[in-house]
Design a protein around this ligand. Structure first.
Ligand SMILES: Cc1ncc(COP(=O)(O)O)c(C=O)c1O
Length: 407
């Protein structure tokens, strides 16, 4: 008799975005004439930078000719892309990352979900609350947690982000083994200072732990004092894996290109206490289960680092940050506390009431969809996430409607 992986039965039954879709569909059915504006799901709306389109078209043309056609590429990514990443995303910021420490993939979602495979099942997890759900759900699937009791999986150390700590959790008193950190944060939009990240790196070194640092929103940082990479912190090369994505950097959500950085110096131990380089384990995992990102997509991704590409990416991220500034200003006018939106495309609104109730209120009175904070964890209660990924027109219209609805 074939049996299931029973860890899947521990997963909380409904997924946040499907709950939202159901409520939105019910509202639309009851109000067929109302035009709904979605400031909920974090997908980009603007077209790809022209430099990326041109590079993809040229690469597609290469695939049409026998002389330049390419089949399977290196699983870890083409050298031209890994070298561009090492140079522009790391060397340019004073970080020493070699091209062969970069693993190109088809998404930071897959990377953040897959990385846990290379660790033992009985390690101690430290996971943010609120959280990008992939970090916790993939560990539940792998059997690293107990049951979900009152919205929390047993055995997990939750790193609480609250108004009291400025939505940046302090290092815990007890040690953890695998620590998930995400800055700029989804869903809160909070960023971590150099001192805060240093405290995490020091904690990981003391605990002989590994930090999984998700910086998918790094391109939105405008404050020059905020680190873009965990490797800007001394000692991080020994304890941190970093994930990045072209999705929010350059509008690649439909293209699929990201990368994981696994420095050769990051170590974990086996039961006998023997050290192992995680680079070798991840290389084994990646090359066994993944066959590389499409060549035209990698060429397109490399164009992000051209002079024209850099300028266009900046314009695109500036555009979304312009939306975010409007949202922040509206929140202030309405008297809500909020964080995010200045170095991130998300604004985390402290609504002071039940987050699903606030969601329903915005939907019913304004026809605007936001994301209830409770869907991201217990500490998300009382908050909603508003996304700046939309046209200026939609953001302005949504804010006008919200203003009227809540005035
Ligand atoms: C924190 C975080 N990491 C990773 C991802 C996924 O990125 P990708 O499109 O590269 O899979 C997202 C997407 O919303 C995200 O918010």
């Amino acid at each position: 008799m074939i049996r299931i992986n029973e860890n899947y039965t521990k997963l909380k039954a409904s997924y946040l975005f499907s709950d939202i879709s159901k409520r939105v569909a019910a509202f639309q059915q009851a109000n067929p004439d109302k035009q709904i504006i979605r400031l909920g799901i974090g997908d980009v709306t603007e077209p790809l930078p022209p430099a990326c389109i041109e590079a993809m078209q040229a690469a597609t043309a290469e695939m049409a000719s026998r002389a330049t056609f390419r089949g399977y590429g290196p699983e870890q990514g083409y050298g031209f892309l890994r070298e561009a990443i090492a140079q522009h995303d790391y060397a340019a910021r004073g970080c020493r990352i070699e091209p062969d420490e970069i693993f190109v993939s088809d998404g930071a979602k897959c990377d953040s979900g897959n990385i846990q495979e290379i660790f033992a099942t009985d390690i101690r997890l430290a996971i943010p609350d609120p959280v990008y759900p992939v970090y916790i759900d993939t560990n539940v699937m792998a059997g690293r947690t107990g049951e979900n009791v009152d919205g929390r999986y047993q055995g997990v150390m939750y790193l609480e982000s609250t108004p009291q700590n400025g939505y940046v959790p302090a290092v815990p008193d007890s040690p953890a083994d695998l620590i998930y950190l995400c800055f700029p944060n989804n869903p809160t939009g909070a960023v971590a200072t150099r001192e805060q990240l240093k405290a995490w790196v020091d904690y990981a070194r003391r605990s002989r732990a590994v930090i999984l640092f998700d910086s998918a929103y790094e391109a939105y940082i405008r404050d020059p004092a905020i680190p873009h990479s965990i490797y800007e912190i001394e000692g991080a090369r020994e304890v941190a894996i970093e994930l990045r994505s072209m999705s929010k950097t350059a509008g690649f959500t439909g293209m699929r290109c990201a990368y994981a950085v696994v420095p050769k110096s990051v170590t974990a131990w086996d039961r006998a206490g023997k050290p192992h380089a995680l680079h070798a384990l991840w290389n084994r995992r990646h090359t066994t289960k993944f066959n590389g990102v499409a060549y035209p997509i990698q060429r397109s991704a490399a164009a992000i680092f051209s002079e024209a590409g850099k300028k266009q990416v900046r314009e695109m991220t500036d555009f979304y940050l312009g939306n975010a500034a409007l949202i922040r200003a509206a929140a202030a006018r309405l008297g809500f506390g909020c964080i995010g939106g200045d170095n991130a495309p998300y604004i985390w609104l402290n609504t002071g009431r039940d987050s699903w109730e606030f969601f329903d209120l915005l939907l019913a009175r304004a026809g605007v969809v936001c994301t209830p904070g409770a869907g991201f964890g217990k500490c998300g209660e009382g908050h909603v996430r508003i996304s700046a990924f939309n046209s200026r027109e939609n953001v302005a219209a949504a804010l006008e409607r919200i203003q009227k609805a809540l005035a």
